[in-house]
Design a protein around this ligand. Sequence first.
Ligand SMILES: O=C(O)C(=O)C[C@]1(C(=O)O)C=C[C@@H](O)C=C1
Length: 379
Amino acid sequence: MRNLSEIRTEIDSIDEQIIELFKKRMDCAKEVGNYKKANNIPVLNQARENEILDAIEERGGEYGSYARLLYSNIMELSRALQHNIVGSGADIKEVISNVETEIPKTDVKVGYQGIKGANGHEATIRLFPDAEAHCYKSFGDVFDAVDKGEITFGVLPVENSNAGSVSAVYDLILKHRFYIVGALDLPIDYCLGGLKQAEFSDIEKVWSHPQSLSQCADYIAKNNFDSTPCSNTAIAARDVAKEKRLNVAAICSYKAAEEYGLKVLDNHLQDNDKNTTRFIVISKKLFITPDSNKISLCFSLPHVTGSLYGLLCRFNSLGLNLTKIESRPRPSSDEGFEYLFYLDFSGNVSSKEVTDLIAQLSAEMPEFSFLGNYCEYSK
Ligand SMILES: O=C(O)C(=O)C[C@]1(C(=O)O)C=C[C@@H](O)C=C1
């Protein structure tokens, strides 16, 4: 048997040959790119790629499936190169280069779901301390108000560190495709708010938003409480005050308890003391502030094997850090289910590599939208 350094010497020599061949292949892809540009031919030729992949798999013998994967990556990169040559996604690049860089914070109307004292209200105050805050009954109403121009910005929860994604908001993001211009990670601290004359031992039932009930699930189980979902934590607090039942308490923020005159019967109910909810700011107009560090995209995937893998490979090749990927199903007539994807990654569009990638994806992904590049604050 050869020793390790002998085998590695051979690997080094093979790699030297592979890299030279890879460079030659990319030069050919560049040439094809120029040809496609001159003749107005689309970059992607799926039939040609399938032909190559099948032939490579066959020739790869016992490593056939590995060879197929290697080549699907190579062609992914070859397409990325060609998109830059043909100038794909010029419309998105244009929008990004002419964007406004300062978000108006005064003399603006900002909407949130719920009522005064809700977490959405708190996030709104922190993000827009000098704005006029408007409350809406449902997440959909906030989107509609932005659509009609009744408010300039909407503040919506998208994710909680315990309970996960707020699917209803993702569905609305994917439906409306408004821009995301800001985000805030808001630490969430719940108390048990009961009537002034109530004691902790009186409480048998708790009211709150389903997400909040799930964030306090261990606490509720430990105390053997009966839980009832409400549309909002602050609405739960308001209703507990209104209904005047000694054995009912709201799981709500300290601000909501104070706002609706409830007595704090217990503190810090959340199962995880690092409980945080992420809020986003939606807008019909795009703003990209210079401190932006996160980019959001959405798209559906072509019905081709490995299309999600191919997409991830593009991010990997640029060393970009994906921070979230969310898929939402929607019924489709022929395929049973189709999926829309929402994706976040770290970056700023001032980097040419990043705008090139966004432009490339816009040319290849069906129903693609660039949702924004914004700063995610944690206060
Ligand atoms: O043959 C082409 O049309 C090319 O652009 C080359 C190539 C490849 O790298 O082999 C790249 C992209 C196409 O989707 C198909 C194949």
